[in-house]
Design a binder for this molecule. Structure first.
Ligand code: PMP
Length: 362
C-alpha cells in the first residue's frame, strides 16, 4: 500500500461536536447549536412535503442535470441556466470540481487568510502550491489587496475571495474584487455562501462582464438544506461546460433536487428567513457588545466573530458546552490565534438564552 504524499500530510478531519455527543458527555437537557452557520428555522415545510412524495421514486437514478431546478435558479439569480453547475455535496463539491478542472500538481492558488479552511485542504489534496494573502487583523479584517496581487504569477490557477468572509463576517469591497479580477487571467472564485444575508456586494450577475470569475453559492445556509448537500457555481458557459465533464453524473440525489426546487419556490419562507436571520444577527451583535471581555466584529453573514480578551477559545467553548451551547472555536482557522470564536445566529429565544448564559460566565 502506497498512500500519496499529499494525503499523508493532511491532518485527520475532526468533525464539530454533535448534539448527541454533548448531551451524553455533559448531561445537559437541551442544546443551543450556534456553531455551524445553519438556518435555525430549518427548511420550508413545502420542501418536506415534496421530499415525501419523491420517496416513491428513490429506486430511480436522479437526473444528471435537472432542468426544473436550473429554471428555478435562473429566476432566482437572473442569469441563464447555461451559466450554472449544481453540486451534490454542497458547494464543497463545486470546489472539488474546480480543482479537478483547473489545477495540476505544482500549480499555484492564492488564499487570503483567515478564511474558509476547505480551500487550503483541497489545495493540499491536489498538490497545489499555496500562496497566502491576508485579511488584515489591524483593519477589522479588511482584505489586503496587495497581499493577493503580489502573489499572482503565470502559475496561478485559482484565487479564493470569500465574501462575506468566513469566519470574519465582512464583505470584500467591490473595488478590491474588481482590481484583483482585472489583474489576472486566473479564475477568481468569489465565495458567496452567505451573500443572502448581505444587502450589497453580490457579484453573481457580474459573470456577464468577466469571464474569469466563478461565484460559489449554497442551499446549506439561508435555505436550511445543509443536511441534503446542495451547492452551485455560476460562471461563463465555457467554464461550466468543462466543469460538467468532471462532475460525477449522479452526485445530486433525487431528494436533494426536489428539496432545492421547493426551497426556491417558497419565496415567502425565504424572505422571512433572510429578514429574521439579519434581525437575529443584530440582536446577537448588540448583546455581545455589552461585554467588556469581548471584541465583536461587524458581520454581513449569519454569524459573528468574537475576540476573547480574558480567556482562550478552548476555555470559553468548554464553559459553554457545560451549559449546552455549541459555538465554533476558531483556533483551527489559518491565521487566527487561540482566542477567537464564531457564533452563528439562532432563533430569538436561543439568542436571548445564550446572552443570559454569557452573563453567568463573565
Ligand atoms: N463556502 C463557505 C464560505 C462556507 O462557510 C461553507 C460551509 N461552511 C461552504 C462554502 C460549503 O458549503 P456547503 O458544502 O455546505 O454547500
Amino acid at each position: 500500500m502506497k498512500v500519496r504524499e499529499e494525503v499523508k500530510k493532511l491532518k485527520p478531519y475532526v468533525p464539530g461536536k454533535s448534539k448527541e455527543e454533548i448531551i451524553k458527555r455533559y448531561g445537559v437537557k437541551r442544546i443551543i447549536k450556534l456553531g455551524s452557520n445553519e438556518n435555525p428555522w430549518g427548511a420550508s415545510p413545502k420542501v418536506k412535503e415534496r421530499i415525501i412524495k419523491e420517496l416513491d421514486r428513490i429506486h430511480e437514478y436522479p437526473e444528471p442535470i435537472n432542468e426544473e431546478l436550473l429554471e428555478e435558479l435562473e429566476n432566482f439569480l437572473g442569469v441563464s441556466k447555461e451559466n450554472i453547475i449544481v453540486g451534490g455535496d454542497g458547494a464543497d463539491e463545486v470546489l472539488d470540481i474546480l480543482f479537478k478542472t483547473f489545477v495540476d500538481k505544482g500549480d499555484e492558488v492564492i488564499i487570503p487568510i483567515p478564511t474558509f479552511t476547505q480551500y487550503r485542504v483541497l489545495a493540499q489534496i491536489y498538490g497545489a502550491k499555496i500562496r497566502f494573502g491576508k485579511f488584515d487583523k489591524e483593519r477589522e479584517f479588511k482584505l489586503d489587496v496587495d497581499s493577493v496581487l503580489e502573489n499572482i504569477s503565470e502559475k496561478t490557477k485559482l484565487i479564493f475571495l470569500c465574501s462575506p468572509n468566513n469566519p470574519t463576517g465582512n464583505l470584500i469591497d467591490d473595488e478590491a474584487i474588481k482590481e484583483i479580477v482585472e489583474s489576472t487571467e486566473a479564475l477568481v472564485v468569489i465565495d458567496h455562501a452567505y451573500i443572502e444575508y448581505s444587502s450589497r456586494g453580490d457579484w453573481t450577475r457580474k459573470i456577464e462582464k468577466y469571464n474569469n470569475i466563478l461565484i460559489l453559492r449554497t442551499f446549506s445556509k439561508v435555505f436550511g438544506l445543509a443536511g441534503l448537500r446542495v451547492g452551485y457555481g455560476v460562471a461563463n458557459e465555457e467554464i461550466i461546460n468543462y466543469m460538467l465533464r468532471v462532475k460525477p453524473a449522479f452526485s445530486l440525489t433525487r431528494l436533494s433536487q426536489v428539496a432545492a426546487i421547493e426551497a426556491l419556490r417558497d419565496k415567502e419562507f425565504f424572505n422571512k428567513c433572510v429578514k429574521d436571520g439579519i434581525k437575529s444577527r443584530e440582536l446577537l451583535y448588540k448583546g455581545l457588545k455589552e461585554f467588556e471581555e469581548l471584541k465583536v466584529y461587524p458581520s454581513e453573514a449569519n454569524y459573528v466573530l468574537v475576540e476573547l480578551k480574558t480567556m482562550s477559545s478552548k476555555e470559553f467553548c468548554e464553559e459553554l458546552l457545560k451549559r449546552g451551547v455549541i459555538v465554533r472555536d476558531c483556533s483551527s482557522f489559518d491565521g487566527l490565534g487561540e482566542n477567537y470564536v464564531r457564533i452563528s445566529i439562532g432563533t430569538f429565544e436561543e439568542i436571548k438564552e445564550f446572552l443570559d448564559i454569557l452573563r453567568d460566565i463573565f
